[in-house]
Design a protein around this ligand. Structure first.
Ligand code: GRG
Length: 305
């Protein structure tokens, strides 16, 4: 696939995800909650996770309606995690996606509620049969067995053994000299689990053989970690303006990172090794339509925000 074709695909798919999120995140939730939810979800973010869902689904000729719902559900979980992460009781940041964080704009209580409601909405979006006339409802698009599978994959990635567990380790590790293994375990959970789930939820929308599923799981595992290594690198090499969030935060907060543990050059080499691992896993999958996943792996490592 040529780069121009891939760029056009990304533009088209991101626009489709934006339209769906625009329709599904409510305007009319009580007492200003809808406004806070929409502020936290819409108009910002690279939408990497939805693109991974859609690319994986297309690689296995998945159901397009199911894949779009899965793409939005993963992005909703990601958006909720950022809202809660920015709160004073966690990472205490004021800038997110180039604008004031949700708790700065709407207050702490509303930010907590917006995150809670966005998390619940993710599972609502995945279960259209339970939806009561929600916008764009297409219960035919996601067979009930697939709804349950997608909910399970997402819940396990977001919960205590995945993202929330990783966040707990993160908060408990401030100022501690973590070794590389402990750092890897934390980031597998905190960042990697949701990125890997994005790939697997896309794969679940189609027919992946057990060997292809295992290869895609390895791909998701490698890019999930690569994403975090690059995040640690960008935190020290790029400005807040480029990143749309406060740069240099990890060092200021005395957090162990791949840069503090390995050093900048070794961290860069590690990111490239993980990209190679992801590409090798894709080759093992022998999926003929995996070019988008391959180009996304490059993008994860070469990104500058
Ligand atoms: C609150 C349960 C809970 C978890 C929070 C995701 C997370 C866990 C914390 C965010 C802290 C952080 C900066 C992690 C590094 C990796 C990461 C998730 C970066 C942000 O994701 P991007 O770059 O953001 O995809 P955009 O804004 O582009 O969507």
């Amino acid at each position: 696939m040529k780069l121009a074709e891939f760029d056009a695909w990304m533009t088209l798919e991101v626009a489709r995800v934006e339209r769906a999120l625009e329709a599904w995140v409510p305007v009319d939730a009580p007492a200003g909650l809808g406004q806070a939810m929409r502020y936290g979800v819409l108009d910002g973010g690279k939408r990497v996770r939805p693109l991974l869902v859609l690319a994986a689904s297309q690689a296995v000729h998945g159901l397009p309606g199911a894949a779009l719902r899965a793409a939005c559900a993963v992005e909703l979980i990601h958006a909720y995690s950022l809202i809660h992460d920015d709160m004073p009781c966690m990472d205490n940041d004021v800038l997110r996606r180039g604008k004031p964080a949700v708790h700065v704009q709407f207050g702490e209580a509303q930010a907590m509620l917006a995150g809670d409601a966005i998390q619940a909405l993710a599972f609502d979006v995945l279960t259209p049969n339970g939806g009561d006339g929600e916008p764009g409802s297409d219960s035919q698009a996601v067979p009930p067995v697939l709804q349950a599978r997608l909910c399970g994959l997402l819940a396990r990635a977001a919960g205590h053994s995945g993202m929330a567990g990783g966040q707990a380790i993160d908060l408990a590790s401030i100022g501690l000299p973590l070794g590389e293994n402990a750092l890897r375990d934390m980031h597998h959970r905190k960042t990697g689990a949701l990125l890997q789930a994005s790939v697997l939820m896309g794969a679940a929308c189609g027919a992946a053989s057990p060997a292809q599923w295992a290869a895609l799981a390895d791909y998701g595992d490698a890019i999930g970690l690569a994403f975090q290594v690059v995040d640690d690198i960008l935190d020290v090499t790029h400005s807040s303006v480029t990143l749309g969030k406060t740069a240099g935060k990890d060092i200021d907060n005395h957090k162990p990172t791949y840069v503090t543990v390995l050093g900048l050059d070794a961290a860069r080499r590690h990111a490239n090794d993980l990209r190679d691992k992801a590409q090798a896993a894709l080759a093992r999958s022998e999926l003929p339509d995996a070019a988008r996943l391959s180009l996304l792996a490059d993008k994860v490592v070469e990104r500058d925000n």
